[in-house]
Design a protein around this ligand. Structure first.
Ligand code: PMP
Length: 386
């Protein structure tokens, strides 16, 4: 394990620094009043169960609610036996490493991909293979070629990791055709897919895509999701939907990690789903984040010098910016934070091979509208000065 350089750099950030660095929701999206009522109810209705240790797979009532929610809202059919509740989806990423990865095993990911997934797995020493993306998501033609080569070399491919909807860090969404093609490749080469899906609940445009898990007839997809962006990240609650064998292995791996996800939190979220708090909250989340995304896109358009480009995310929390090739964004971050008082996450760590040095990830959900405009103005000055 290595300390994240980025965290070290961001520690320099003082109160006057505008940060596009983290990945935090806007706190106004937390359904605080509903949660207050639910907490009181849970303590009233079943305090003994809620405050007790629980089973490793999670509270049955919650797994039933997640099954209903996933079917009605995402078209994923699952029984409670197919679900394990985790401490955020970050724990599910750790469990994937624990259960599946031996040193030298191949894990295929989009390149760039979610930095903390790479960090979780590196401990288990996989060979990480990155597949480039275009505006329709992972380029599955290239994936297919890589898989062929790897199979010919005798590599053990453990899974293909994808964040198909509003990807972190790019904000891009994989087209429906690509999703089908990806599943076809997985079928042909007998591979598992890990679908990480924190963001599909609040897309900003009416894009017709279904989770890959909803297309999965043969239980190839291990689906991860989370309450972090649609309820509250402080609860640290996520879940995995997969075939029963996988759930059993995850259960075993989780027992020695933390025994169970907080029962109290699980009862709160179960009640939140039962009372439709999440569904009621989503229009606000979607509307606010769409406006914040648009504010950041407009500021980028206004202030950025020629040679800087960026993605137009269809959802999620991030815009991915590419600076001119002479700029190393890790170097840029130092001056950006100290002189210009603006912070971001350099792109390097999102690539399996750290191959791209001039990219950065900007979060648009946490900063205020004023901070978005002023922060992008400062960032543009930092880039012009580099
Ligand atoms: N996967 C992805 C793609 C994410 O963006 C995040 C949060 N930034 C996570 C997993 C982890 O989220 P949590 O543990 O809060 O569910």
């Amino acid at each position: 394990m290595t300390a994240s350089e980025i965290r070290e750099l961001l520690r320099w950030a003082t109160a006057d620094v505008i940060s596009f660095g983290g990945g935090m929701p806007d706190p106004s999206t937390f359904p605080i009043e509903d949660i207050a009522k639910i907490v009181a109810y849970v303590l009233e209705a079943y305090p003994h169960k809620a405050l007790q240790y629980g089973s490793t797979e999670g509270v049955l009532e919650l797994r039933q609610e997640i099954a209903k929610f996933s079917e009605s809202f995402r078209g994923i059919r699952a029984r409670p036996e197919n679900i394990i509740v985790t401490v955020g989806s970050q724990e599910a990423l750790e469990l994937l490493g624990r259960v599946f990865i031996d040193p030298g095993d191949v894990v295929i990911t989009e390149n760039p991909t979610y930095l903390a997934a790479l960090q979780a797995w590196r401990v288990y020493q996989p060979r990480l293979v990155g597949v480039p993306m275009d505006e329709h998501g992972m380029v599955v033609e290239i994936l297919e070629e890589r898989v062929k080569q790897l199979k010919a070399e005798g590599a053990r491919i453990k899974f293909i990791y994808t964040i198909p909807t509003a990807q972190n860090p790019s904000g891009l969404t994989m087209s429906q055709d690509r999703r089908k093609y990806l599943l076809e490749v997985a079928e042909r080469f007998d591979l598992m897919i890990v679908e990480d899906d924190p963001y599909s609940y609040f897309l900003f445009e009416p894009i017709e895509v279904s989770p890959i898990k909803a297309l999965d007839k043969n239980d190839r997809v291990i689906y991860l999701s989370t309450a972090s962006k649609i309820f509250a990240p402080g609860f640290r609650l996520g879940w995995v939907i997969a075939k029963e064998d996988v759930v059993k292995w995850f259960n075993l791996a989780k027992q020695s990690l933390n025994l169970n996800t907080s029962n109290f939190v699980q009862y709160i979220f179960a009640e939140g789903l039962r009372r439709n708090v999440v569904l009621k909250n989503l229009p606000h989340v979607r509307d606010l984040y769409k406006r914040k995304r648009d504010a950041m896109l407009a500021a980028l358009e206004t202030y950025m010098p020629p040679g800087v480009s960026w993605t137009r995310p269809s959802g999620g929390m991030f815009i991915w910016v590419t600076a001119p090739p002479h700029i190393d964004t890790k170097e840029l971050l130092k001056t950006a934070v100290t002189q210009y008082k603006v912070a971001f996450v350099p792109g390097h760590g999102f690539f399996v091979d750290q191959s791209v040095r001039n990219a950065m990830r900007l979060n648009f959900t946490y900063p205020s509208f004023e901070q978005i405009n002023e922060g992008i103005r400062r960032l543009a000055m930092a880039i012009k000065g580099a």
